[in-house]
Design a protein around this ligand. Sequence first.
Ligand SMILES: [Zn+2]
Length: 177
Amino acid sequence: MTRTLTTISALAAFALVSCDASGRKSTAMDVSPQKPTEPTGKVIKNDDEWRQLLSAEQYHILREAGTERPNGRAYKEFKQQGAGSYHCAGCNALLFSSKEKFDSDCGWPSFYDPAKAENVDIREDISLGMTRVEVLCARCGGHLGHVFEGEGFNTPTDKRYCINGGGLRFVPDEAKP
Ligand SMILES: [Zn+2]
């Protein structure tokens, strides 16, 4: 019974997210077949413009500091992805790459360092009764996730950039220029 219900809800979830109204989004994490043009300065848009540009999930993560559920579809996709780079789904700024990706098993995409440090900002976040360090896109101010330090991961930095996959755009290395 439980298994049947799980299967049904998994199928329902898949049906809901596999194709949005515009039919352009088939993955939880955006994937670009072409290398995107990166912003050269700050990207400033009003709320209406962000709502038009982003999917509901992207808007929730990037503009409302939302958190996707752990072990969700974007994370499963992330684990399957090969070499490539991870850009901001809001403004295309390069943020992370598969070189800094590691498996922390925490349920969200993890990196030990940004690929382009100038595109990644951090600030203290005291929401939800915790003191954490929020990670943001330095170009458009989009919320990406949080960074944790000193957890004992065997990586060059011992930092875990715990990032919402739904706010990223994956660009495989073989993407066309
Ligand atoms: Zn951005």
